[in-house]
Ligand binder design. Structure first.
Ligand SMILES: *Cc1c(COP(=O)(O)O)cnc(C)c1O
Length: 401
């Protein structure tokens, strides 16, 4: 059964990365269109009853049903797969569908999962609330502390889940060191690579096994569609993921896959600009009154600047900063922005700002929140593609009123 686009006879692996983002995975229809075709179809037809039988038996490789595979989704999967340098890529309806599938497809009651504590709110919920309900033991560690990883992995584990840089405090986890510890304990390593994007960090190079994206963020990049992706070794797809997707249906919509394909063509350009502007915004924030702390992985004063430089090509689009005075001051700053929008989304061409402790991390117990540095004065800014001088002006105005 056709589950993905194998690009048979069209090996694109020798092309350079930016070319793969523009052309990777393209399979033209008999109409020879320039732009990728959008196949909005749920099903596929058979010439004969025998052909349908052969398709279901797996004797012929063809499309059967779009819950399993779709030609537009397959083009998206192949483009991201080539860029990431993975053996397989599967598209998902959302980032969270991808995160959940990457873990749920491989664990059973009695297994252990070890994860970093600084996680996106919904990833935290899956690890701490959903998996334990199914009898999976889950352990959270300080992702930056290798001794904690080692101790938590000592009894063995099925998998490790982590996010680097983390949301919203932009902590960096040593991918190579954690992968080594995990492999020694018999665990595979799943990395939520959303904040870094595939342009800035490729976790497979540092020993990770599986990479997960919310393509809703920088891969779409213009705040239009939801999507997710899981990449990794072929055996993981064959042994775990394929049947899980087929029978639970977290599949990506062909329309959203088409939007993501077009997003990938400009991904590198956009991420470069996001990084340049984010760095300038971070430097500017430092000069503004009431700003106690600015966290940006691309600056020398980030607590793990050397590790960030080793793992990431640049600092990314997100800047976190802390205002003295807590919630009331933070809210006043948010309400004082004229250009930057208040929104919990990120990785958009529009600059978006959020107050994590009352939004994305509201559900997290206060003790955990404070432990992670998510104070009432902390703001998370996703720096967009506007002229950076206008962003600086907006921040200056909002923080000095
Ligand atoms: C947004 C996000 C997700 C979830 O993705 P959705 O597409 O919103 O489901 C997961 N992890 C991180 C780090 C994110 O930023």
């Amino acid at each position: 059964m056709k589950e993905s686009n194998t690009m048979a006879g069209k090996d694109k692996s020798d092309l350079r990365p930016q070319t793969l983002l523009v052309r990777g995975g393209l399979e033209r229809s008999p109409y020879f269109e320039t732009s990728e075709a959008l196949y909005l179809t749920s099903g596929y037809v058979y010439e004969t009853a025998e052909e349908a039988e052969a398709a279901f038996k797996g004797d012929i490789d063809r499309y059967i049903y779009s819950r399993y595979a779709n030609p537009t989704v397959a083009m998206f999967e192949e483009r991201l797969r080539l860029f990431e340098g993975a053996e397989f890529c599967r598209g998902f309806a959302s980032g969270m569908a991808a995160v959940f599938a990457s873990i749920a497809c491989q664990v059973k009651a009695g297994d252990r999962v070890v994860a970093s504590r600084a996680l996106f709110g919904s990833c935290h919920y899956i690890i701490t609330e959903i998996l334990p309900r199914y009898g999976v033991e889950t352990v959270l560690v300080d992702g930056t502390n290798l001794e904690e990883w080692e101790a938590a992995l000592a009894p063995g584990a099925q998998c490790v889940f982590l996010e680097t840089p983390s949301n919203p405090t932009l902590e960096i986890i040593d991918l190579q060191a954690v992968s080594n510890l995990a492999h020694a304990a018999g665990a595979n390593v799943i990395v939520d690579n959303v904040f870094a994007t595939p342009v800035l960090q490729q976790p497979l190079e540092f020993g990770a096994d599986i990479v997960v994206y919310s393509t809703t963020k920088h891969i779409d990049g213009q705040g239009r569609c939801m999507g997710g992706a899981v990449l990794g070794p072929k055996s993981f797809n064959d042994d775990h993921l394929t049947q899980f997707i087929r029978h639970t249906g977290p599949s990506m919509s062909p329309f959203n896959a088409w939007v993501m394909l077009k997003g990938m063509e400009t991904l590198e350009l956009r991420v470069k600009r996001h990084c340049e502007s984010a760095k300038q915004v971070a430097l500017h924030l430092r000069t503004l009154p009431g700003v106690d702390r600015v966290i940006y992985p691309g600056l020398e004063d980030h607590p793990q600047a050397a590790l960030a430089q080793r793992q990431m090509k640049d600092g990314g689009s997100l800047v976190a900063f802390e205002l003295s005075g807590g919630k009331s001051v933070a809210f006043k700053a948010l309400n004082g922005m004229n250009l930057i929008d208040i929104s919990n989304n990120l990785g958009d061409s529009k600059s978006l700002i959020t107050h994590p402790s009352t939004t994305t991390h509201q559900r997290m117990p206060e003790e955990d929140r404070l432990h992670l540095g998510i104070t009432d004065g902390l703001l998370r800014l996703s720096v967009g593609l506007e002229d950076v001088e206008d962003l600086k002006d907006d921040l200056t105005r909002a923080l000095s009123d």
